[in-house]
Design a binder for this molecule. Sequence first.
Ligand code: ATP
Length: 245
Amino acid sequence: GDSAPALQIEGLSVRYGRSVTALRDVSLTVADGEVVTLMGLNGAGKSTLARAITGLLPAQGGSISAGAITSFGAPLTRRSPRAIVRHGVAQALEGRRIFGAMTVAENLDMGGTTVGANELKANRSRMMELFPRLAERHDQAAGLLSGGEQQMLAVARALMSSPRLLILDEPTLGLSPKLVTHVRDTIRAIRTAGTSVLLIEQNATMALAVADRGYVIEHGRIVHEATAAELRADTGLQRLLLGLG
Ligand code: ATP
C-alpha cells in the first residue's frame, strides 16, 4: 500500500473551553494496513481523540490548541467532517447513533453520500455479506434492531464511504460475548480488505486479539505504547484497564 501512514498525530493538545484540557501532547501513528488500539478508562480522552481526527470537536465545544494530524500525507486539521470522510477517514460512533425511524438500508446509504452510485451499490452488497443479520433486516426501521445489531449498523454505515482508515469508538460496548467475537472477526476482515483501523476500546482482551500495536491513554496523555503481544503479557496494564491500577 501507501508508504505514508494512515494516521500520524504529533504533539496534539485539545481543550474544551478555557479550563478543560482533554489531551496533552499526544502522538500516535497508524501505519498503512495496521490495526492499532487505543485503550484507557472512562474520561481518559479516547473519544476526544476520535473527534479531533474526524473534525467533530467544534460541534462539542472543543478545539485543538497544539499539534498536527495527518492522514496518508495530507493534513486533517481545519477540514470539515465531510471533507475528512471524502479523504478516506470514517468513524463509527460509540453507542447507537443510528437513525431509528429510518430503515437499515437508508441508514447505510447515509454513510455513502460521498461515493458515486456504482460504488454505493457495491458497498451495499459488501455490507450485506459482512453483516448477514443486517441483510435480513434491510427494510426494517433501524430503531427495532437489538443493541448489538445497531452497533453493527454503525460500523457498516462507516464502511459505506469506502474508508482507507476506519475509526471505531468502543464497538463492543454492551455486546454479548458472541457479538464481541463477531465484531473481532469483522475487524479482521476489514483489515484483510486493506483498510487500516484505529480501535478505541476498554475491552483489552478483544482489542489485543486483533491489534498489531496499542497505546494506553491516561488523563489525556499517552503513557504506554507497545506491540499487542507485549501488551497482552503486561498484567499491570490489565489491572489498570480494570480500574485497579
Ligand atoms: P468515555 O469512554 O467515558 O467517553 P473517553 O476516554 O472517551 O471516556 P472523553 O470523552 O474524551 O474520554 O473525555 C476526556 C475529558 O474531556 C473528560 O474529562 C471529559 O469530562 C472532558 N470532556 C469530554 N467532552 C467534553 C465536552 N463536550 N465539553 C467539556 N468537557 C468534555
